[in-house]
Design a binder for this molecule. Structure first.
Ligand code: GTP
Ligand code: SPV
Ligand code: MN
Length: 585
């Protein structure tokens, strides 16, 4: 399939270590994929679902100990420890390879090694990059086929001398105590072992498109970010693009596919989805920042996805989708999850594969259960989705889950202050990674688990990019998750987030009002359109309030986080923090 010598050599080398019974090159043809689906069905690795209701769909259950990204077992292996920085786990490359090759030794015996050529970004676009993933999991092959562009065409584009990102994955024994997700940015290599869960094993996604790519972007003058990309079309037919970084399970997929409230739809507003998780951003010839979504599908959180909350995501999953760790409805061979509707199936199997009684109070689907769906199936997919140069970004939005401190929305004073706002982001942890849920932690630019180099250098890169973009996007911060004293969300969220996006775009256009506060520009309550929303101005005032005491605490939190970043923290950010403190006093 290829005469790329470096590729052939590397496959042979990894084959010698992992010792599979055979090697299969994935050409991406339906015939080959069907054969793999049949094999995985025969072994029970995937379960074909109701052909009428969910054509081409499958259910997969991971091992019970293997349901989320494992941040404590994720490593950035640079030759110098300080280049990985204080927010990453580090191992010396030679030691790490040593340890891994022992774990990989014979790990594929009795199995087939699949060679998956894939492109992040449209095949052949100058901004796209090619990866090769070697894996012993058909589930991984089938997911990579949805999430990326795969097959023979990628190898043809790679050619004889093309460069690629190497990725080796083996389920091995799925042994939790020997699970490692390791990155070697200086070798463009990723190694994953003893897991079979999404973000740990679909190596094109977080491992390549964020950790390795952020490292490449730092060297080459572009950015790889944990951001959705959406286009907001106004009644005049103009489309403005927004890129938004929220931590895992904090609403990117939902915002990317937002359906505006009826009132807006009647006026002619529309939202188009370009991407729901990752953006590669470059400075265009016109001096604006342009964004490409390197992925080709959605690996979305299932629980909470419904006809009400996110009809576009749900519609995307009605065919050719792989569901992971959701409830299996045995009555009609379909799937279910908490929040899909109010009718949990009676005759059902939970995510662990056990008979499930929906009245016993246990969750049927894992909170981090997911769907893998082709982007092309999304009813609101942007006509720019496949555009090789991407879309021009008007606004960058940061956000997280904050019960109290952060207001519904604010605008930064300028790029440098916006970088400060992003660097100081915090959010409650979610089920997307193993560990405690609901704990507030600093998650700068939603990149804490995904930045492939020193966080201080990453902040400096953001500042540097700002100087180089003649017509830079404006930077905002949102919080859909503010609660009242009983813990209820104050803001309706979902489609109604359109009301906030409208203010954001109007600000970019110089059309909306704002008040200057200690933390940035906030809308006056009357600047947010509440028409046809059951909310009084007082509640909105509450959502927009800035509690100085809470923000003084917040600035202490930022200061201790900055102390952890150490002397590579850019001085400008320390100055921004001091300026915030001064404004609060
Ligand atoms: P990853 O795929 O992990 O990166 O997650 P994501 O950022 O794409 O999050 P997603 O859109 O899947 O949302 C995660 C959870 O947040 C779901 O349970 C949603 O129902 C919930 N959610 C999303 N948007 C909103 C909102 O505006 N308000 C509220 N209250 N919940 C929301
Ligand atoms: C996330 O956790 O941010 C995800 C899912 O998008 S995973 O692919 O597991 O990283
Ligand atoms: Mn994500």
């Amino acid at each position: 399939m290829t005469n790329n010598k470096a590729l052939l050599q590397w496959v042979a080398d990894m084959q010698a270590i992992t010792k599979p019974d055979s090697v299969l090159w994935i050409d991406g043809t339906e015939a080959q994929l069907n054969e793999l689906r049949a094999q995985a069905t025969a072994t029970g690795e995937i379960i074909p679902l109701n052909e009428e209701k969910l054509p081409g769909c499958y259910l997969h259950r991971t091992a019970v100990n293997d349901v989320a990204r494992v941040e404590d077992r994720t490593f950035i292996c640079t030759s110098r420890k300080e280049d990985a920085g204080p927010t990453n786990n580090w191992m010396a490359p030679a030691d790490c390879y040593d340890m891994l090759y022992k774990l990989y030794d014979g790990a594929m015996t009795g199995r087939t090694m699949y060679v998956i050529p894939y492109s992040m970004g449209p095949i052949g676009s100058p901004f796209s990059k090619i990866g090769i993933e070697l894996t012993d999991s058909i589930y991984v092959v089938l997911n990579m086929q949805i999430m990326t562009r795969i097959g023979k065409e990628v190898l043809d584009t790679l050619g004889e001398n093309g460069e690629f990102i190497k990725g080796l994955h083996s389920k091995a024994q799925l042994d939790e105590s020997k699970r490692y997700i390791c990155h070697f940015p200086e070798d463009n290599t990723i190694m994953s072992v003893n897991s079979g869960y999404g973000g740990n094993v679909l190596l094109g996604k977080k491992c390549f498109a964020l950790r390795i790519a952020s490292h490449l972007g730092h060297r080459e003058g572009w950015m790889a970010e944990h951001m959705l990309i959406l286009g907001l079309e106004n009644p005049q037919g103009e489309v403005h693009y927004i890129a938004a970084a929220f931590p895992s399970a904090c609403g990117k997929t939902n915002l990317a596919m937002l359906i505006p409230p009826e009132l807006y739809r009647e006026k002619g507003y529309k939202v188009w989805c370009v991407g729901d998780d990752i953006a590669w951003l470059r400075i265009g010839e016109d001096g604006r920042l342009w964004a490409v979504n390197p992925e080709n599908g959605f690996f979305g959180v299932a629980p909470g996805t419904s006809v009400k909350s996110n009809p576009n995501a749900l519609a995307s999953t009605r065919a050719n989708t792989i569901f992971t760790n959701v409830v299996h409805n045995l009555d009609d061979n379909t799937v279910w999850w908490e929040g899909l509707d109010k009718n949990p199936p009676k005759n059902a199997v939970n995510w662990k594969g056990e008979p499930w009684d929906c009245t016993d109070g246990s969750k049927g689907a894992h909170p981090n259960s997911r769907f893998t769906a082709p982007a092309a199936q999304c009813p609101c997919i942007s006509d720019q989705f496949d555009s090789p140069k991407g879309v021009p970004i008007s606004a960058i939005v940061f956000g997280g889950r904050r019960a109290k401190t952060a207001p519904l929305v604010f605008q930064s004073f300028n790029w440098q202050h916006g970088v400060f706002v992003g660097s100081a982001m915090a959010s409650e942890t979610t089920a997307a990674a193993t560990g405690a849920v609901g704990v507030v932690r600093r998650d700068p630019m939603a990149m804490l688990p995904f930045c492939g180099y020193h966080m201080g250098d990453y902040f400096a890169h953001w500042l540097e990019m700002g100087k180089r973009i003649p017509n830079a996007p404006k930077i905002f911060h949102v919080n859909w998750f503010r609660t009242d004293d009983e813990g209820h969300f104050l803001w309706p969220g979902f489609g109604d987030n359109m009301r906030v996006l409208e203010w954001i775009i109007d600000r970019c256009e110089g059309k909306a009002g704002a008040d200057e506060t200690a933390i940035g520009w906030l809308p006056k309550p009357e600047d947010i359109d509440l028409e046809a929303l059951d909310m009084d101005l007082d509640t909105l005032r509450g959502l927009l309030s800035v509690d100085k005491d809470l923000w003084k605490e917040e600035s202490e939190g930022i200061a201790s986080f900055y102390a952890k970043i150490g002397d590579r923290l850019p001085a400008q950010l320390r100055e921004e923090l001091e300026a915030l403190k001064a404004r609060l006093n």
